[in-house]
Structures are given as structure tokens and as C-alpha cells.
Design a protein around this ligand. Structure first.
Ligand code: HEM
Length: 557
């Protein structure tokens, strides 16, 4: 059969149709470009022009250079030295980002988070892909409502009750390591990072959702597998270009690069688990009104909110998203501690001494908080040096004036004690850089030195001006400050106390081994010059705890 030959009328009609489509495309593109131009011009006119590093690429700004740098924090610090505590960095297609390193400016910024300073479309896309539309994705009143609802699950009383779960996980790891040691000859391999991830996953599973993932008992879980494989996905040049241009063309971040596909897989596997857990708990609670009213666990609060008509109602999508946020947030905090302690054996010995002298039993929640000053110092020094989220960028939703703690020179050479930012401006707070800045923390800022926390009167100058948990920006500040801060601190302390009391650690190639950052979902440690994320630690025979053991190599992948 032959295809029908179109008549003249049909040809003209189809030409008109395609013309119309082209017209629409051209008109929309011109309107989009004009609107962009008007907004950019307004932003330029209304914002204080600051000094900053020169641009090196119109298309990517300095994004490509920053992305290729191992320690962006050090680059931000260098720029702060050259241009002052607030400066402008060129971004994609002629745009700029204002970088805030000034403590007063940062406190002002955080106090206005979720209303004046909001997530960029790029961040929202990424968050939505991984966790859906829940607490992390929300802004303004919706964020306030969701946060208010979850807060009781993270009260001191709630975490005091959960401390036993933290110890259970730590002891499961200890027993498993003991078994590995007993069944091996003189050396064995343990992947530190994955063991720490297992501890975190089992802990949040039991404490948040009354579910034992069994990761510490060797059960495989898709969430853990997908999360681990994130570390091995390298950003291809195309994916990097999409990422850098994403702030201007957010749709690029939806294109199926390997990272996006993996993010979707992680999201799906977390959603599947969350749905099963929710269904099970709903069933258990059916008809048990008393239990429903009184249950302050995370899952209990979520289910109550789903059925409540009240002010704090959550949609089903929000409930599922909250669960995904928590599965992700509870991930891995302790590997860096083991590495830093293996690079500094004196500190490790001092910590062990404090723990052994304190008592043979596990410290209670209150004792972890206030009776073990050296453990507290080590944990805060780790949090200072290795914040898992190194920087955040937000968009100004309205014009604002940001006060400064000290005057800064503008591009025209004028000294100002405040800066104006216009609606649409991009603002970055480089938390890692400020946590490690020599101008803030002194000449030894890059060193692992827990002693600095023993007398907080010793924290002076600019560091003292930083608002945030113990002058750190690791948990950020303001309405989005980490909800799980108390949980994370107690869990890290409990786990470290068990591991350090029972084992001694050394790096395979000695304490001077250079460890650097590798990028997974979050920055991870890896040995400089080696493939993958392996950081082998040597587990030593430890006379202090009167144990006779062989050598155990702990590996972080
Ligand atoms: C050392 C470990 C941790 C660090 C350094 C940390 C840090 C952070 C940071 C920087 C944010 C803000 C993210 C943003 O605004 O984009 C955040 C948010 C959050 N964290 Fe953590 N976190 C840790 C552990 C945990 C744990 C264990 C939990 C829960 C069990 C948790 C729950 C949350 C939640 C729910 C949010 C969202 C808060 C909101 O948007 O209002 N975090 N965390």
C-alpha cells in the first residue's frame, strides 16, 4: 500500500502548524532571554558590587575550577584573605555568587533561611530526586509545620531512651570484629566505612522505625548497596557541565546521567522500604488509639500526622519523604574519627585512658554529654574538620541588606559595613572553609587538636563570633539547623567509646599517610594516590584493654 499523497490544503495547514510551533519557540525564547536580562540588570543595579577572583570562563564561571579542587574550603579561605570576608565569585553564563565568610552576615542569613533565603531550583531538583517533597525540600510555613511535627522525636528525653540502641549497634560491630579476629590468622580486612554505615543504618532503622535492617548481621540491603555505589560514580564531563549550568537551566539536572539514575535508584529503594515499614506500623497501630496518641517515635509521629486533620497534618508523600530524609541523614559519621585517631596515636591513647578510667560500663546519655570531656573534645574536633555538608547555596527571595562584623572593600574601593543583595542573588556559606579557617581558629586550624575544646575560653576572636553549635557551622544554624544533632552526637560518642575502649587502630602505612577527600554522595576519606576509597587501618594488639589479638586491617571503601 502507498502512503496517501497530501493535498495542497493539507500541506499549507501543516506548514502553518509548524510555523506556529517555531514562532512559539522563538517568542518564548526571546521573552525568556529578555526576562533574564531584566532580572540580571536589576540584580546588578541593586546589589553591592564586591571584589572577588577574576572570571576564567564565561560559560562555567569558576565552577569547573572549584569542582576540580580537592579542598574547595581552602580555596574559599584564600579568597577571603585576598578580598575580605564577603566577596563575589563568577558563576555560569556571566552570573555571580556572593560568598559569606563574615560571622555576623552568616547569622543574619541563617536567621532568614526558608523565607528570605530559599533553596535554588537546582538544589530542590536534586533533593526531590533523592528524598521527594518533604522536610528537606520544603520552605517557609510548610517547612515550619513539618519540622514542628518531627521535633518531639529528637528531644533530649527521646535520645536518652535511644542511647541503648546506639550501644547495641556498637556492640554488634565489636562482636563481629572479635569473631573475624578469632577466625583469622594474623591479619584480616575489614571495610571501616561500610561497617560504620551498617551501624548508622541499623541504628536509625531500630530507633526511628522499629525495624532491624540487620546490616550488622550481614543482611544485604538495597539502600546500603546503592549508597555505597554512589562513591564510585565519577561525574562525566557532560554531567559536570549539566551540573554547572543547572542553576540557569534546572531541567538539565533531570536528564538521565549516571548520577541521576543512581539517585533515582536510591530514592526508589528507600521509598520501597519506607512503604513496607509504614504499612506494617499502620496495621500494628490500628485500633490502638492510646498507643497512637502517646507514641513519640519518629514513625509514631509520622503516622499520627498522616491521620490528623489538625494543623500538623502530613500528606502521604510528605510522610514517605520524611522517612527517606532520615534514612539518608543518619548515614555514617565515625570513619573520620578512626582515621584522625590513627594519625595521632597519643590522642587515641589519651581518649582510651579517659574511657577506661571512667568506668567499665557504658556511660549513660547524660554522662556522654557531660562527664567525658576528652571524648567530647575529640568528637567536636572531628565535626569541625570534617563537616559532611561542606557548603550550601541559597537564592534571595527578596531584596535584603546584610550587616557585616567588619567593613569590607567593594569593587569600587569603598569601605562598607553592610551589603545589599537583590532578589534572585545566589548566596553561598562555605561551612567547611570557616570551620577550618586560620583567621578564625588560629595558625593550627588545619590540625587535629582536640585540646582546643577542653577550655572553651580558649576559643576566641572570629571563631567565637560564629553562631552555631559550639561555634561550628557543621550542623548549620537557624530554622534548618540539623534536627538530628543530639542524636548524631550521642550516637557518635557511644560508638566511639565502645570501639576505642576495645580496639586500638593504626594506619597501614603509619601515621603520616596522606588521607584526602573523595566525592561520594558526601565527601569521604581515601588514601592519596590509591584507587577507590580504601583507608586501611591496622588493628593492634592492645595491652591496655588486656586483649591478645592479631593484626586486623580495616579498609574504607
Ligand atoms: C554528624 C552527623 C550530622 C551532621 C554533620 C548533620 C548536618 C546537617 C546539616 C548541615 C543539615 C542542613 C542541611 C541543609 O540545610 O541543606 C542537616 C539537616 C537535617 N539533619 Fe542532620 N546531620 C547529621 C546527622 C543527622 C542525623 C543522625 C539525623 C537523624 C537521625 C539528622 C537529621 C536531619 C534532618 C531531619 C535535617 C533536616 C532539617 C530541616 O530541614 O529542617 N542529621 N543536618
Amino acid at each position: 500500500m502507498f502512503p496517501a499523497i497530501p493535498t495542497d490544503g493539507q500541506v499549507i495547514l501543516s506548514q502553518l502548524k509548524s510555523l506556529r510551533a517555531v514562532d512559539i519557540l522563538v517568542v518564548s525564547s526571546v521573552t525568556w532571554a529578555l526576562l533574564k536580562l531584566i532580572r540580571t540588570t536589576r540584580r546588578h543595579l541593586k546589589s553591592t558590587k564586591l571584589r572577588g577572583p577574576p572570571n576564567q570562563s564565561f560559560v562555567f564561571g569558576l565552577g569547573k575550577i572549584l569542582q576540580a579542587t580537592e579542598d574547595r574550603g581552602a580555596v574559599y579561605e584564600q579568597w577571603a584573605r585576598e578580598y575580605g570576608l564577603v566577596y563575589m565569585v563568577p558563576s555560569a553564563l556571566g552570573g555571580t555568587r556572593v560568598v559569606l565568610c563574615d560571622p555576623k552576615a552568616i547569622a543574619h542569613f541563617y536567621a532568614r533561611e526558608t523565607y528570605t533565603y530559599i533553596l535554588s531550583p537546582l538544589s530542590r531538583n536534586l533533593i526531590e530526586t533523592i528524598t521527594g517533597r518533604g522536610l528537606l525540600w520544603s520552605q517557609g510555613d510548610s517547612h515550619k509545620r513539618q519540622r514542628k511535627l518531627l521535633t518531639p522525636a529528637f528531644s533530649n528525653a527521646a535520645i536518652r531512651r535511644l542511647t541503648a540502641v546506639f550501644y547495641d549497634s556498637a556492640y554488634k560491630a565489636k562482636t563481629a570484629w572479635d569473631n573475624i579476629l578469632e577466625s583469622s590468622s594474623d591479619s584480616s580486612i575489614i571495610e571501616v566505612q561500610s561497617w560504620m554505615n551498617h551501624i548508622s543504618l541499623d541504628t536509625i532503622g531500630i530507633s526511628g522505625f522499629s525495624h532491624d535492617f540487620g546490616a550488622l548481621d550481614g543482611k544485604r540491603s538495597t539502600v546500603a548497596d546503592v549508597f555505597a555505589s554512589f562513591g564510585n560514580v565519577k561525574l562525566s564531563p557532560l554531567a559536570l557541565a549539566f551540573f554547572l549550568l543547572g542553576p540557569i537551566f534546572p531541567f538539565l539536572m533531570k536528564l538521565p546521567t549516571s548520577r541521576v539514575l543512581l539517585a533515582r535508584k536510591l530514592s526508589e529503594s528507600m521509598a520501597q522500604i519506607s512503604e513496607v515499614l509504614l504499612a506494617r506500623t499502620r496495621q500494628e497501630k490500628e485500633g490502638d488509639m492510646n498507643g497512637r496518641q502517646e507514641d513519640k517515635s519518629i514513625i509514631g509521629l509520622l503516622i499520627k500526622a498522616e491521620t490528623d486533620d489538625a494543623e500538623l497534618h502530613l500528606t502521604q508523600e510528605e510522610v514517605l519523604s520524611q522517612m527517606r530524609v532520615l534514612l539518608l541523614a543518619g548515614y555514617e559519621t565515625t570513619s573520620w574519627a578512626l582515621i584522625n585517631l590513627s594519625q595521632d596515636l597519643e590522642t587515641q591513647a589519651r581518649l582510651r585512658e579517659e574511657l577506661l578510667q571512667f568506668s567499665n560500663t557504658d556511660p549513660t546519655y547524660d554522662q556522654l554529654n557531660s562527664s567525658l570531656p576528652y571524648l567530647d573534645a575529640v568528637v567536636h574536633e572531628i565535626l569541625r574538620l570534617h563537616p559532611p555538608i561542606p557548603e550550601i547555596t541559597r537564592i534571595a527571595a527578596e531584596d535584603d541588606v546584610i550587616p557585616l562584623s567588619e567593613p569590607v572593600q567593594t569593587a569600587s574601593g569603598k569601605l562598607v559595613d553592610h551589603i545589599s543583595v537583590a532578589k534572585g542573588a545566589m548566596i553561598t556559606v562555605p561551612m567547611r572553609s570557616i570551620n577550618r579557617s586560620e583567621a578564625f581558629w588560629g595558625a593550627d586550624a588545619k590540625q587535629f587538636k582536640p585540646e582546643r575544646w577542653l577550655d572553651e575560653a580558649g576559643i576566641t576572636g572570629k571563631a567565637k563570633e560564629v553562631q552555631g553549635h559550639r561555634h561550628l557551622l557543621t550542623f548549620v544554624d537557624g530554622p534548618r539547623t540539623c534536627l538530628g544533632k543530639g542524636f548524631a552526637l550521642a550516637e557518635t560518642k557511644a560508638v566511639l567509646s565502645v570501639l576505642i575502649r576495645n580496639f586500638a587502630f593504626e594506619l597501614r602505612d603509619g601515621p603520616d599517610t596522606k588521607v584526602e577527600l573523595a566525592r561520594g554522595v558526601l565527601p569521604r576519606p581515601k588514601i592519596a594516590g590509591e584507587a577507590g576509597y580504601e583507608v586501611p587501618l591496622k588493628y593492634l594488639s592492645d595491652s591496655t584493654s588486656r586483649r591478645e589479638v592479631g593484626h586486623l586491617y580495616l579498609v574504607i571503601r
